[in-house]
Design a protein around this ligand. Structure first.
Ligand SMILES: [Ca+2]
Ligand SMILES: [Ca+2]
Length: 283
């Protein structure tokens, strides 16, 4: 055996024994899915199952998660635990891991407990935090800063720390993971400009159709002209908000048919819409 090989081998052993195997994400290539989890104080103690994520639409989009069936006959402190020295490994609480996170998906609001246990079964007891949401993934945070410097080799999870009136299914995942930060929301896709040309105008001050104006939607610019049936330009505008009052040089134009040509566009999408229409003007 070469020295290098011995060195690498010992290094592997060392890292295996004295490091924290985290995050516990129950993925095929991650940690937790193939550990020897023991369920306790939970009636017949149905085993912890590793199942497909029941809801990938929320903050936990991973493939697999742990499923715990808290039994009606189980104690409030029913839970599951890793084997001493295996699974989670052996680790010391320091700055990097003193805030412990877990994601849970529950159908009821109840405490979740996390307990860390030393090789000789000594422990400071669990810290409990209740979920605030039901039927969606939520990340819970446990402050273990008062455990600073302590070394543990067992992880215990109490998924539903409460007296219960029925079986509660609890999914959990991503223990000892980093804080979940929601990705920034995507800005809405820009929309094309739209143009509608009404075909009536009745400038008689009765409050109905007294002004003529094209209807612009999502437009950044516009250009529109109104002509008489003889081709005389009576009104022109480069505004999205102008209105024609049916006058030309201050005088009412006669009733009859007029023409409008209009175009508008969106700077964001680059589209341009161009339309022509009749206007039936009456008073
Ligand atoms: Ca997972
Ligand atoms: Ca009118």
């Amino acid at each position: 055996m070469s020295r290098l090989f011995v060195f690498v081998f010992l290094n592997l052993i060392f890292n295996k024994c004295y490091s924290q195997n985290a995050p516990v994400n129950f993925e095929t290539n991650g940690y937790g899915a193939f550990w020897n989890w023991k369920v306790f104080e939970n009636g017949q103690n149905p085993p912890l199952e590793i199942v497909a994520n029941p809801d990938t639409s929320g903050i936990n989009k991973s493939l697999t998660v742990a499923k715990y069936k808290a039994q009606i006959s189980g104690a409030p402190f029913a839970g599951c635990e890793t084997k001493h020295g295996a699974g989670i490994g052996s680790f010391t609480i320091d700055q990097s891991n003193m805030i412990i996170r877990i994601m849970v998906y529950k159908s009821v609001i109840s405490d979740v407990g996390i307990k860390l246990v030393r090789f000789d079964n000594w422990s400071l007891g669990e810290i409990k935090v209740a979920n605030t949401k039901i039927n969606e993934w939520e990340q819970l945070t446990f402050d273990f800063s008062s455990h600073f410097g302590l070394t543990y080799d067992q992880l215990v999870v109490f998924p539903d720390f409460v007296g219960r009136s029925g079986e509660n299914i609890i999914y959990f995942d991503n223990i000892f993971d980093i804080e979940y930060v929601a990705p920034p929301e995507e800005p809405p896709a820009p929309k094309d400009a739209e143009l509608t040309l009404p075909n009536v105008c009745s400038p008689n001050n009765d409050g109905v159709n007294d002004y003529y104006f094209p209807l612009f939607v999502n437009a950044d610019w516009a250009e529109w002209h109104i002509y008489s049936r003889y081709g005389q330009k009576l009104f022109e505008s480069e505004s999205l908000t102008d209105r024609w009052d049916g006058k030309h040089f201050g005088n009412d134009v006669p009733e009859g048919v007029y023409f409008i040509t209009a175009k508008c566009g969106s700077d964001e999408t680059g589209n341009i819409v161009e339309k022509k229409s009749f206007i039936h003007l009456s008073r």
